[in-house]
Design a protein around this ligand. Structure first.
Ligand code: MF3
Ligand code: CO
Ligand code: CO
Length: 269
């Protein structure tokens, strides 16, 4: 229930109840199942519009709702960000080429709960540098998730990601962040993927948010194209991103958007 007694911390972060994990589990699983289903479509010669149409159909077939269609004027069921596109790539006529890497980001609403997840795919043969970028980005996300437990802070999450990524001589994007979610798409806090230990709000059981680091092979700076959505690396270096929706538990966290078929990473399954 979206009742008025819901507790909000001094940082404006909503604390959800035990029963709310059930709704998030379902929404997260549906989003992850759709990303699983899309994998066979990611081949050289197809277009990002074909992939997005498939996602639109999958959402409809499951009787759930796209959170992105109509969101701030966005018209598509996914964001598809190819190569040097950092995030918010708009599906369209772009033809995938052998060796392209892409992030596909889907958010669904199931019974009022939001499930938000993205992962990397490759069309054809994965080049060594791209593979390393994807590996480091995934590991950065998992290290961020490992820092999620009551008493730690959001700065601890960002610090875990940043120190790992920078030690691999790659960079963390500063211009976009993760976010609280639950019965809404984007809520406090901003979940930064960089930071100092002990900084930021303290994590409490019942917080729901995303962690979605974007990592560049080159410099971290981005710019948004004239379409007002597509964010690209300024230096045109390759960029990767993975996103999970998580909930803080008494001892750590629950990942709501795990891949049911274990295909979260392109070189798995
Ligand atoms: N799913 C994205 C996120 O991780 C947001 C996409 S908003 C859109 O927060 F309008 F671009 F789809
Ligand atoms: Co998100
Ligand atoms: Co997303």
């Amino acid at each position: 229930m979206d009742d008025i007694r819901a507790r909000i911390t001094k940082d404006g972060i909503r604390i959800y109840e035990d029963a709310d994990f059930v709704g998030m589990r379902t929404a997260g699983r549906v989003a992850a199942e759709i990303l699983d289903a899309v994998a066979p479509l990611v081949v050289a010669g197809t277009t990002t519009a074909v992939i997005d149409d498939f996602i639109t159909d999958e959402i409809r077939r499951r009787g759930v709702t796209s959170a992105t269609i109509g969101y701030k004027g966005y018209k598509h069921a996914s964001c598809i960000s190819v190569n040097h596109v950092v995030c918010h790539g708009i599906p369209g006529a772009k033809v995938l080429m052998d060796g392209d890497i892409l992030n596909i980001d889907v958010t669904v609403i199931v019974d009022g709960w939001y499930g938000d997840t993205s992962r990397m795919y490759v069309a054809g043969q994965l080049a060594r540098k791209a593979e390393r970028l994807i590996e480091v980005t995934h590991e950065g996300l998992m290290r961020g998730i490992a820092a999620v437990k009551p008493g730690n802070t959001f700065g601890d999450i960002g610090h875990a990601i940043q120190t790992y990524v920078e030690a691999q001589r790659m960079s963390v994007v500063r211009d976009f962040c993760g976010h609280g979610l639950g019965r809404v798409f984007h809520a406090p806090p901003n979940v930064l993927h960089y930071g100092r230990p002990g900084s930021g709000p303290v994590l409490e059981e019942g917080m729901f948010f995303t962690i979605e680091p974007m990592v560049n092979l080159g410099r971290p700076e981005t710019k948004v194209l004239a379409d007002d959505w597509t964010a690209v690396t300024r230096d045109k270096s390759l960029s990767a991103q993975f996103e999970h929706s998580v909930g803080v538990t008494a001892t750590g966290c629950e990942i709501f958007t795990l891949s049911p078929s274990g295909k979260f990473h392109p070189t798995w399954g």
